[in-house]
Design a protein around this ligand. Structure first.
Ligand SMILES: [Zn+2]
Length: 449
């Protein structure tokens, strides 16, 4: 029997799992990469910059300038391709690759982890180098990725959803009137890190603190009915203003913020008053409520792809179908209002359910072209999302520099796009052919050049 010491094992696993054959920079022992001949979208500008080289050293962008050289660096000739910051997704559920009932109540939990590791790898290979996870037990996966053992995006985890009894995070299908608080039974949804059911100010305060104790970088509130919920109709409002305020205060005291899954106008209104810093979905907000979002500088984190297809294509079945159709009818209104008001729009996709749906994450780029110019969409998926993530303050796990921009001192998270995505964003929707280079933290995960 072959025995490996720990060092050999780590080296072996790093070579096998993390470095593709094209990971030249690392394979040759160099930690620097010089990218020449690219047009540059820096994450904010309307224009592509030309004539500039980008030097990445020790995981960070060390220099952006003309005719750079570095004897130790591996040189990549971009040959006119477009260099962009790595993309980010402000609304993923990286652990949610099966029905939630299976994940919580039926399948072995290592299945959840194994599927999520593969999902993370595929997300990175679609060009997403950072994701804000909007619920699910992703702390362990985050650590494995940060340790360089499993390939995947940087993760800002929310951990447990916080939900009222019968709310959007109450997944327990058993109608046995044995809630965790009154029947002394513990719901596996809690044991497995998916949701904390809490009612009343003392309970929601404690729940929020417990979630922060796990290392959540922001708090995800389940604040209104949903299309897919086990119990809650789409039109219901969840939590009282006092409960919402208590959650937001507990997050604030910890230096971070809360965001909320909310469709109904009342839920969104209450959440704004309570002080949330972003709204997820939010499509039924009235004009007045959206105006409040604008005035309070709240990010709107909604999805465009999810309502651009029919219910079957969106994976809806049974009672979810009419709820989906109702949401779809309100969606167009919501998109148009938020655009007209100039709300800060995050780029988030909320693709979940099976791992095979993953490629839809990239379709969000093209779905948004019905409302936005390509450069606006690119900003949403880079510098604007980064601004949203900054709202985690010192709880933001990646403090060495900014993400979502190409400038000196930023993380070396970069893509080379075949073509000019400011004119035609479709290469990002088709990353297998559309992306020539994927780099995260200076490490090359894909290089077709
Ligand atoms: Zn979600």
């Amino acid at each position: 029997m072959l025995t490996l010491n720990r060092r050999t094992f780590l080296q072996g696993s790093a070579a096998a799992c993390v470095l593709p054959a094209t990971g030249l920079a690392q394979a040759s022992g160099s930690t620097a990469t010089l990218i020449r001949g690219a047009k540059i979208f820096d994450g904010t500008s309307d224009q592509l910059a030309t004539g500039l080289d980008v030097l990445v050293r020790d995981g960070m962008i060390a220099q952006v300038g003309e005719a750079l050289s570095d004897d130790d660096a591996t040189v990549i000739d971009a040959d006119g391709r477009t260099l962009t910051p790595g993309m980010s997704d402000a609304h993923v559920h990286i652990m949610w690759n099966d029905t939630i009932e299976n994940l919580i109540y039926a399948s072995p939990h290592e299945y959840t982890g194994a599927m999520a590791a593969e999902s993370a790898r595929r997300m990175l290979m679609r060009g997403f180098t950072t994701v804000r996870d909007m619920g699910g037990p992703s702390f362990g996966l985050k650590k494995a990725i940060d340790d360089g053992v499993v390939p995947g995006p940087r993760i800002l985890p929310s951990g447990f959803f916080i939900s009222q009894t019968s709310g959007h995070g109450d997944f327990d299908p058993r109608m046995n009137y044995n809630s965790p608080h009154f029947g002394k039974q513990v719901d596996p949804a809690y044991q497995r890190g998916w949701t904390i059911i809490a009612d009343g100010v003392p309970e929601v305060t404690k729940a929020t603190r417990e979630i922060l104790r796990y290392g959540a970088t922001q708090i995800k509130i389940m604040g209104s009915g949903s299309i897919t919920g086990a119990h809650d109709p789409l039109d219901v409002t969840e939590f009282t203003p006092e409960e919402l305020f208590a959650i937001v205060q507990a997050a604030k005291n910890w230096g971070t913020y809360a965001t909320i899954h909310a469709y109904t106008d009342v839920a969104i209104f209450n959440a704004i008053k309570a002080g949330v810093r972003s709204i997820e979905h939010g499509l039924f907000a009235s004009e007045t409520t959206m105006q409040m979002m604008k005035e309070a500088d709240i990010f709107f984190s909604t999805q465009f792809l999810s309502f651009s297809v029919g219910p079957e294509q969106a994976g809806m079945t049974g009672s979810s179908v009419p709820k989906y159709l109702e949401a779809q009818a309100g969606a167009t209104n919501g998109y148009e209002r938020s655009k007209a008001l100039g709300l800060k729009m995050a780029f988030g996709t909320d693709i979940l359910g099976t791992i095979d749906l993953g490629p839809f994450q990239s379709q969000e780029f093209t779905a948004r072209t019905a409302y936005y110019e390509p450069v606006d969409i690119l900003r949403q998926a880079t510098s604007l999302n980064a601004e949203l993530f900054e709202r985690s303050g010192r709880r933001h796990p990646y403090q060495d520099g900014p993400i979502g921009v190409i400038r000196e001192g930023a993380y070396g998270d970069l893509l080379l796009v075949n073509g000019n995505p400011l004119e035609d964003i479709s290469p990002l929707a088709n990353p297998e052919d559309g992306l020539a280079l994927i780099m995260k933290g200076g490490q090359v995960f894909k290089n077709t050049l």
